[in-house]
Design a protein around this ligand. Structure first.
Ligand code: 6PG
Length: 242
C-alpha cells in the first residue's frame, strides 16, 4: 500500500498527468487481464481530464473497446439531468471515443428507490467481477473541501457491501449512490484529482496530521494492494509544509 503526491503547476498540467496515468493503467490492465475496469467520479475537476482523454494521443493510444466504465458515485437524478455524472462523462468522453455502449455501466437512478438501485448496481459489479469481490483496476476520485470523496461524507457510518444509497447529502443533490470505502480501497490503483485553494486546509490535515484529518473519508482511502496517487495543483497544495 503506497501513497504518492504529485503537485502540478496548473489544472491543465494536472489533467495531462492524470491522462498519462489513466493510459498507463489501461495498458497495464489490458496486458494483464484483457480489460480495464475503471470507476469515474463526477464534479468539476475531472471534466478537463475526460475531454483530454477524447483527444490524441489518448484517443488512439487507449484500447477503448477493452475499457469498461463504471462510476464511483452518481447523483440520484435522471440521466439527462445537468447534475448527472453519467451525463458529464457521456458528453465529455464517452460520446467521443470508440467504446461500445455495452462497456458502460451507469448507476441506475430511475424506476426504483435509491436503496434498491444501490443493490442492483452491487449485482452488476458482482456479475462483472465474477466470483471475486469487485476490484477495479483504477478508481478516479475527487475531494470536497469537507474531505468527502465519491459520496462518502464526514460523520456518516461505514456502509456495508459494495454500493450504498446516501440521503441528505450535504453536497446537493441530496440523494446519491456511491461505492463504499471497502470497495474503493480494494482497487489496484486510486487516483485523486484535487484542485483549488478551498481544499488546501483539508489536504494539509490529511497529509500532515491536522485536527480530524485522519477521520475524513478522503483520508481513509488507501488502495490496500496498490497505489493511491494524489494529483493536486499548487493552490490545493499551498498549506503543505514541504
Ligand atoms: C460528486 C463527486 C464528488 C466530487 C467532489 C469534488 O458526484 O459530487 O463524486 O465526490 O468528486 O465533490 O468536486 P469538484 O471536483 O467539483 O471540486
Amino acid at each position: 500500500m503506497t501513497r504518492e503526491l504529485f503537485i502540478a503547476e496548473c489544472a491543465s498540467d494536472l489533467a495531462r498527468e492524470a491522462a498519462d496515468r489513466f493510459a498507463e493503467a489501461a495498458t497495464r490492465a489490458i496486458h494483464r487481464h484483457g480489460r480495464f475496469a475503471v470507476a469515474l467520479s463526477g464534479g468539476g475537476t475531472p471534466r478537463r481530464l475526460y475531454s483530454l482523454l477524447a483527444t490524441p494521443p489518448y484517443l488512439t493510444a487507449i484500447d477503448w473497446p477493452r475499457v469498461h466504465i463504471f462510476f464511483a458515485d452518481e447523483r440520484f437524478v435522471p440521466p439527462d439531468d445537468p447534475d448527472s455524472n453519467l451525463r458529464l462523462v457521456q458528453e465529455t468522453l464517452l460520446d467521443r471515443v470508440p467504446i461500445p455502449s455495452a462497456n458502460i455501466y451507469p448507476m441506475p437512478t430511475q424506476g426504483a428507490e435509491p436503496e434498491a438501485s444501490a443493490a442492483r448496481y452491487a449485482e452488476t459489479l458482482k456479475a462483472f467481477f465474477a466470483e471475486s469481490p469487485p476490484r477495479f483496476d483504477l478508481i478516479l476520485l475527487g475531494m470536497g473541501p469537507d474531505g468527502h470523496t465519491a459520496s462518502l461524507f464526514p460523520g456518516r457510518p461505514d456502509y456495508p457491501g459494495s454500493v450504498a444509497a446516501v440521503r441528505d447529502s450535504p453536497k446537493p443533490p441530496p440523494t446519491r449512490l456511491t461505492l463504499t470505502l471497502a470497495t474503493i480501497n480494494r482497487a489496484t490503483q486510486i487516483l485523486f484529482l484535487v484542485t483549488g485553494a478551498d481544499k488546501a486546509g483539508t489536504l494539509q490535515a490529511i497529509f500532515e496530521g491536522g485536527k480530524g484529518g485522519a477521520d475524513l473519508p478522503a483520508a481513509r482511502v488507501a488502495a490496500e494492494g496498490g497505489t493511491t496517487v494524489w494529483l493536486v495543483d499548487r493552490e490545493a497544495a499551498a498549506e503543505l509544509a514541504d
